[in-house]
Structure formats: structure tokens, C-alpha cells
Design a protein around this ligand. Structure first.
Ligand code: NCD
Length: 321
């Protein structure tokens, strides 16, 4: 037997700030815990793994699904949840992120879930407080729980949950990659488990240095589809982040070259999964009829997101327990 390190039996960090740098064993640990949590999501049963603990949502950027998903996850583990948004919070009065985080932590919160526009914001919070910090999306940097839920949904949809080994699996990520923390985290999670990734989009929406992320690049969506990927992940065009950067020429042109239409979906291999992190610009990156195809796993991504967040909250708060 090769002398490799034993897989970690436990998660040892109080935080989850990024997926970059995690080992395959660490990613698999969180995804196995996700699998343990999934039945609780389906049953809607409240457990007690976090009974008596309090999770604070510090969301300084718009979010519906991620905030609700973390809230649901914390509640299913028996925790209390307090919501702290930017409008109406002291961050909008000029208090720094670190000060706000310290104030919240001083109220006896056990974990802070942070969403913010600045890359690295969750790390700043983690450096400022003694409680757990979970990154729920920091600018264009990372969205680790989304990356985990995407990897989990991929493994589930391709029948690989038993091994959590994605060797030989090919995934195309399509659209606004440059602005997407979701893409970055999904790339880290999926590559760590052995998948091959190709990013597809117009040059203005693909970051320079895709090779450093370990991805191939393809400008032609039709060529990417004809290459027969096992999954295609469509990204939302993030118009709110386009202000200072090159944007798409027109919605019509984007649709023509980069929308997943029913015709394009029909050319994918029969087993290929269709994914999207949401929220969707319906009719832009994905057509309404595609959403309803049986191979579209977008609702599974949402459901699995709750189980992933239960796994992460439990791992960070009950480490070593
Ligand atoms: C994403 C986000 O906010 O990073 N959504 C999500 O969390 N499911 C992607 C997006 O906004 O397009």
C-alpha cells in the first residue's frame, strides 16, 4: 500500500473561506457529511447538532437563495439564526466590516455567514473574530458552499456519490466566468475530485490565466457541446458587475452564440446534466424550455445546497466533537 496520509476523520478548521487549497480528502469529507445530511432536508426534520448555538447571517450584498439556504440549514440543525443585512445595519453608516463582525461576535454568535462585494471580505472577518466564519460569496473571489453543492450535484447526477471520484468527467462552464465566484469555487471542487473543466464564453467574459485555474478555454459553445461534455453549467450574465469592464455587445448576440437553447441541449450526450447556480436570466443564458428538461438538475442544486450548508456548519462548529 502506498504511504499516503490517512483521510481526515474530522474537519479541523473553524472556518470555510475558500475551496482553493483544500485536499481531495477534505472536499470528500464535506461531501460525505452532505450525504449524511440530505435525508434531514427531505424529511424537514429538526435535529439538535447545533442546539443552543446561534448563526448570524451578515449579508452585505443581495441574496435570496443563499441566505435562505443557510438559514434553513442552521434551523434543521437546531440552531438559532439572526439576520444582519447591510441596509439598516451599521455597515451602511460607515462602520467597517471588521467592527461590525466584532460587534456581532460579541453578542454570542457562534458562526458568522458572510456575503460581501469585496474579494477577501470573509477572510477579514475571520481575522477579526474568534467565532466560525463561513464565506457565502465574496466579490469575484469564491463561493465555497456553492462549489461544493455543484460538485455534489454532479457526482449525484452521474452516479458517483459512492466514490466521490470525478476522474474522466468533463464539464463545460459557460458564460460570465470572469465575474463568477461560483465558477471559481466549482472549478476548485470539481478539479480536486478529478474532473476536467472547459470554460466557454466570449473573450471579454473569460479571465486571463484560465490555465492557472487548470481549465481549457473554448470560445465556441457549439464546439463545446459537440465535444460531448458530461455536464454543462450555465452562468448568469452578471450585469451589475459589468460597469467598469468589457461587457457583452448585445443580449441578442449573446443569446445567439451562448444561450443554451432546446436545440443545443438536444445535441448534448443523453446522460449529460444541465446546471445553473441561479438566479437565472430566463431567455438569456438559458431558455425556459431547457429548465424543464428531465436532465436539468437546477432544482437539485438548490435542495443539495441546504444539505451542503448543514454539513459545513456542522463541520466548522462541531469539529472534533
Ligand atoms: C450566485 C452568486 O451570488 O454568487 N448565486 C448564488 O449564490 N446561487 C451567482 C449569481 O449571482 O449569478
Amino acid at each position: 500500500m502506498p504511504a499516503t496520509a490517512a483521510p481526515p476523520a474530522r474537519w479541523t478548521s473553524p472556518h470555510l473561506l475558500r475551496l482553493a487549497g483544500l485536499s481531495p480528502e477534505q472536499v470528500r469529507f464535506l461531501l460525505r457529511r452532505t450525504h449524511d445530511m440530505a435525508p434531514h432536508v427531505h424529511a424537514g426534520r429538526r435535529g439538535d447538532a447545533l442546539a443552543g448555538r446561534c448563526v448570524g447571517n451578515l449579508f452585505l450584498e443581495d441574496s435570496t437563495r443563499t441566505r435562505v439556504s443557510f438559514t434553513r440549514a442552521a434551523q434543521l440543525l437546531g440552531a438559532d439564526v439572526v439576520d444582519l443585512g447591510s441596509s439598516g445595519s451599521s455597515v451602511s453608516k460607515g462602520e467597517t466590516l471588521a467592527d461590525s463582525a466584532r460587534t456581532i461576535a460579541a453578542m454570542g454568535v457562534d458562526a458568522i455567514v458572510v456575503r460581501a462585494t469585496a474579494p477577501g471580505a470573509a477572510g477579514i472577518v475571520a481575522d477579526s473574530v474568534r467565532c466560525s466564519v463561513i464565506n457565502a460569496g465574496d466579490g469575484r473571489h469564491e463561493h465555497p458552499t456553492q462549489g461544493l453543492l455543484d460538485a455534489y450535484t454532479l457526482a449525484e447526477g452521474l452516479g458517483r456519490l459512492d466514490t466521490l471520484d470525478l476522474s474522466g468527467v468533463r464539464v463545460a462552464i459557460v458564460g460570465d466566468v470572469v465575474n463568477s465566484r461560483v465558477a471559481r469555487s466549482a472549478i476548485h471542487a470539481m478539479r480536486t475530485l478529478g474532473a476536467s473543466l472547459t470554460c466557454v464564453g466570449p473573450p471579454a467574459l473569460l479571465p486571463a490565466g484560465m490555465a492557472t485555474l487548470g481549465c481549457a478555454v473554448e470560445r465556441d459553445l457549439d464546439a463545446a457541446i459537440d465535444a460531448g461534455p458530461d455536464a454543462i453549467m450555465m452562468l448568469r450574465v452578471q450585469f451589475e458587475r459589468h460597469k467598469s469592464r468589457g461587457t457583452i455587445a448585445s443580449a441578442r448576440e449573446y443569446r445567439q452564440f451562448y444561450a443554451l437553447t432546446p436545440e443545443r441541449a438536444a445535441r448534448l450526450p443523453a446522460h449529460a446534466l444541465i446546471m445553473h447556480p441561479g438566479p437565472i436570466n430566463r431567455g438569456l443564458e438559458i431558455e425556459a424550455a431547457v429548465y424543464d428538461l428531465p436532465r436539468t438538475v437546477i432544482p437539485r442544486q438548490v435542495t443539495n445546497g441546504v444539505a451542503v450548508r448543514m454539513a459545513v456548519l456542522d463541520a466548522c462548529l462541531n469539529r472534533g466533537a
